[in-house]
Design a protein around this ligand. Structure first.
Ligand code: ATP
Ligand code: MG
Length: 159
């Protein structure tokens, strides 16, 4: 891990730090231990989600989805170091027009049988040059089922 790091966000399951990675701004996402989970479950779960998230963030690029580039994966520390996307989340910059773009992104994921698992306005970043990036694929999974795709969209409708 890098020494100089600035805590940006404490998410539900991770801490997000702004770090310097070989001269560039980067994000370190570290999955934190949950006291309510036995460590025999907690450790493999955090490992699995860390690897899975890094994999999916890279894979969906093949379908034209913008995601942060993965720079480094430190499994022992449950840490992903990735490109820092400068911008605002859709939560802070919401407009109904944006929903069309979000719909296209989610549609592309679903056509490729990827269920995001947490489609919320905090999980899309609009970069300073107005490109939408999808993030937070820790809960994503593969499924062809319409029910899973519908449940994915339903969360967005609810929030
Ligand atoms: N690559 C990135 N570049 C810039 N900001 C980021 C990046 N990744 C995450 N963030 C910021 O950190 C926040 C939390 O990240 P993320 O959703 O990946 O973590 P989380 O632990 O799942 O959080 P939550 O439970 O709030 O969804 C995002 O909403 C966004 O504001
Ligand atoms: Mg999130």
């Amino acid at each position: 891990m890098t020494n100089d790091r600035i805590l940006l966000k404490k998410g539900a399951e991770s801490e997000l730090y702004l770090i310097n990675w070989h001269g560039a701004n980067a994000i370190s996402k570290v999955r934190i231990a949950k006291a309510y989970r036995n460590s025999s479950i907690d450790i493999p779960l955090r490992k699995r989600r860390t690897i899975h998230e890094a994999n999916i963030l890279s894979q969906v690029k093949f379908f034209g989805i913008n995601t942060p580039f993965i720079y480094f994966l430190d499994i022992k520390n449950f840490e992903i170091i990735m490109e820092y996307i400068e911008g605002k989340t859709v939560k802070d910059f919401f407009s109904s027009d944006l929903c069309i773009n979000l719909g296209e992104i989610v549609g592309t994921l679903h056509c490729n049988n990827i269920i995001h698992g947490d489609i919320t306005t905090s999980n899309f970043i609009i970069s300073s040059n107005v490109v939408i990036f999808a993030i937070d694929f820790g809960l994503s999974f593969f499924s062809e089922r319409y029910e899973d795709k519908a449940a994915d969209i339903r969360l967005f409708k609810e929030i």
